[in-house]
Design a protein around this ligand. Structure first.
Ligand code: PGA
Length: 259
């Protein structure tokens, strides 16, 4: 596991974008796994800049997103305020700024009427494309990876997952700002790649910033491997793992950064 510590969020974001851009230059038809949330926004901004100013070409790139709320999805006909889907987030934060082809984008379909069939299909699509070359991940306040809440099997596959109270609390602000919904109206379920699915990606790229995440980062990287902190499965990944932290997020690490 390679742990890179950067001074601040901007430098963390730039370092992550550089790794992704290098992959695209070496393998223009690579398969990228994307995440949502506040953490990767700076990385996506930098990728969009590289596309605009340095001709970083996404025309053959394929993408798979980690998760999506169940019951909502991107319906472009509806106004922005009524759509807090992760598909919409990806469109606004990255996809509309780069030259990805629509048919190469995969975000779990939160509007599916057959979630179980959809989840199996999603798994098979990832395999059909040859697996994910780089998977971007953050970490939730409760240590989740994607929507793999505490207690999720570390061998889990893409499936429907109930969201915990903490995740609903954590995500409510961004949800509310866009939709003015009540807490009880937030989707309580999501489709998420499983931990087993994530562990099959060739290169795990985890990015974390902020002092609020310092404790959970230390637990995930240096604590016991446990389904209570599903991101601790990072220690089980057999391939390439890069963790990029800003200084505050790294402040509770002990042995792994040589303190
Ligand atoms: P955040 O979410 O980037 O908004 O902190 C991370 C996550 O829940 O995985």
């Amino acid at each position: 596991m390679r742990i890179i510590i950067k001074d601040d969020y901007e430098k963390m974001s730039k370092a992550a974008a550089d790794i992704i851009a290098d992959m695209i230059r070496v393998k223009p038809d690579c398969v990228l796994g994307f995440a949502t949330g506040s953490t990767p926004i700076g990385t996506y901004k930098e990728l969009a800049r590289m596309h605009k100013e340095e001709n970083l070409d996404f025309s053959d790139v394929k993408t798979f997103n980690l998760d999506e709320y169940l019951g909502i999805g991107m319906e472009m006909s509806k106004p922005y305020e009524t759509d807090q889907s992760y598909a919409r987030f990806m469109y606004e934060e990255l996809f509309k700024h780069i030259n990805l082809k629509k048919e190469n984008i995969h975000v779990p379909d939160g509007l599916t009427k057959e979630p179980e069939n959809f989840c199996s299909w999603y798994e098979s699509e990832i395999k059909r494309y040859g697996g994910i070359d780089i998977q971007v991940l953050g970490i939730g306040g409760d240590g989740h990876w994607a929507f793999n809440e505490p207690g999720s099997s570390l061998a889990s596959r893409t499936r429907v997952q109930a969201l915990t109270k903490q995740t609903l609390e954590d995500n409510f602000n961004s949800f509310y700002r866009k939709a003015k919904v009540k807490k009880e109206d937030m989707p309580h379920f999501a489709i998420t790649m499983g931990i087993g699915t994530i562990l099959e990606t060739k290169h795990v790229l985890m990015i974390v910033n902020g002092i609020n995440k310092a404790g959970i980062v230390a637990e995930a990287l240096e604590g016991c491997i446990t389904s209570k902190v599903t991101a601790s499965a990072i220690q089980l990944h057999p391939g390439k793992v890069t963790v990029i932290l800003d200084k505050p997020a790294s402040s509770k690490l002990t042995w792994s950064i040589g303190k």
